[in-house]
Ligand binder design. Structure first.
Ligand code: ARG
Length: 459
């Protein structure tokens, strides 16, 4: 059957191995909707320009509608001899619409056709991922709102640093994921240009109207250079890069969920919906969903580097290498969408153990910086001196085996005689977070404000 598409100058048919390495239908059938939309717009334009008759255009449209119906009903027989989705659609169209169907490919090539289909597919995928992000961000903001004042330890080097609030911690991910979402929308803007009408590589002598097909397909404008239009895959590499960054961010949150659910931390309980049991250890509740979100980033960045390696060193214009552009993107989109959905589910179900978090927040002398700040504010010491004195106070508390807030005043005064009992007002974790009112700081009132602004943005 492939012979009927391009076999004019061929004597024998392709070998079975040639067919196997050449065929892309197994994966590019996912482009059928976009392929039919592209052909519908192309034929509409051909008729408007008087290149084909209106009767032929009507027959093509009727045929394409029928082909789409057949594919969606699972009636299309996919045949590797027909290579790809473009030939499957066209060949069935020719059965249905005869000569009219055979006129569809006027002023067009599979090179501009596949670039058009793939851009349209990525555009839809981006819109779906954007909606998924919105759901995730909403779940994060809801939890941050509920836990705006819940104190937990903030870490650097995973060592207790200063108390923060859980709401603030979650809103940090809100910011990160919001930038990821913005990167998706930037990527969409850049990819939304129309390659159709570049034909094989040089344009065409037919009086086509690329602005019309752009409008019909919702592209912002036709791509300016026909060689670039059929050669460029940076839209796919950019999309994969954006998903890779997004997946890295999801893996960081996933890792914290894994860590927080350990019996050493006990910061949260995993929900039944997003954990599994062990077949041998009856007490176990494993954070499989979080672990798999943490892991999927490997596949997604693998897809990104895979496509980069395919594209590296390719001369202009089209080379068959570029047929290998679709699987990595399809796979990454599937993985990434699943990660977003799983993370949203975990976030909705999140049950933080705020008691344990608050207790842990006080460990490790987490209010030492507050003590140093008091020495600066009240005694007027330079911060470096205050830092040194505080270090000595921490050492005294450590030697006694008590928290800073339980160290007797006279022990502190032995180190710095001007310290007064007022110091104890800053040594609790609640006082510590409440005092962090600087712009972007962890104070509960700041978190509430950030939550309010986020809710506006998400509307
Ligand atoms: N299946 C091909 C692809 O995915 C379509 C373009 C084929 N073009 C060609 N000149 N053989 O890239």
């Amino acid at each position: 059957a492939g012979q009927s598409m391009w076999g004019g100058r061929f004597g024998g048919g392709p070998s079975a191995i040639m067919q196997e390495i050449n065929a892309s239908i197994d994966f590019d059938k996912r482009l059928y909707r976009e392929d039919i939309a592209g052909s519908t717009a192309h034929s509409e334009m051909l008729a408007a320009q008087g290149i084909i008759s209106v009767a032929d255009k009507d027959a093509i449209h009727k045929g394409l509608t029928q082909v789409q119906r057949e594919i969606e009903a699972g009636q299309m027989v996919f045949d590797p001899a027909l290579e790809d989705i473009h030939m499957h659609v066209e060949s069935r169209l020719r059965e249905l619409a005869g000569d009219a169907g055979a006129r569809l490919h006027t002023g067009r090539s599979r090179n501009d056709q596949v670039a058009t289909d793939f851009r349209l597919w990525c555009r839809t995928a981006i819109d779906q991922l954007d909606a998924a992000y919105k759901a995730l961000l909403t779940a994060i903001v809801d939890q941050a709102d509920t836990h705006a004042g819940a104190v937990m330890p903030g870490f650097t080097h995973l060592q207790t640093a200063q108390p923060v609030t859980l709401g603030h911690h979650l809103m940090a991910y809100y910011e990160m994921f919001t930038r990821d979402r913005a990167r998706l929308s930037d990527c969409r803007k850049r990819l939304n240009e129309n390659p159709l009408g570049a034909a094989a590589l040089a344009g065409t002598s037919f009086p086509i109207d690329r602005h019309q097909t752009s409008d019909l397909l919702g592209f912002d404008k036709p791509m300016a250079n026909s060689l670039d239009a059929v050669s460029a895959r940076d839209f796919a590499m950019e999309f994969l890069s954006v998903m890779s960054i997004g997946a890295v961010h999801l893996s960081r949150l996933a890792d914290e969920i894994v860590l927080w659910a350990t019996s050493a931390f006990r910061f949260l309980e995993l929900s039944d919906g997003f954990s599994t049991g062990s077949s041998i250890m009856p007490q176990k509740r494993n954070p499989d969903a979080a672990e798999l979100v943490r892991a999927k980033v490997g596949r997604i960045t693998g897809s990104m580097t895979g496509l980069m390696m395919v594209m590296k060193g390719l001369p202009l214009a089209y080379s068959k290498d570029m047929q290998e552009d679709k699987e990595p993107v399809f796979q990454a989109v599937d993985d990434f969408a699943l990660c977003l959905a799983a993370m949203t589910g975990m976030m909705i179900d999140l049950k933080p153990n705020t008691k344990n978090m608050a207790a842990a927040a006080g460990l490790g002398f987490s209010t030492a910086t507050d003590l140093a700040d008091w020495l600066v504010r009240v005694l007027g010491l330079p911060f470096r001196d205050a830092h040194h004195i505080t270090g000595a106070v921490v050492k005294a508390a450590e030697t006694k085996g008590v928290d800073l807030s339980d160290l007797p005043l006279k022990d502190m005064q032995a180190i710095e005689p001007r310290i007064t009992a007022d110091i104890f007002t800053v040594l609790t974790v609640e006082a510590s977070v409440s005092s962090r009112t600087s712009f972007g700081g962890t104070a509960p009132e700041n978190v509430k404000k950030a939550v309010g602004a986020a809710r506006e943005t998400l509307k």
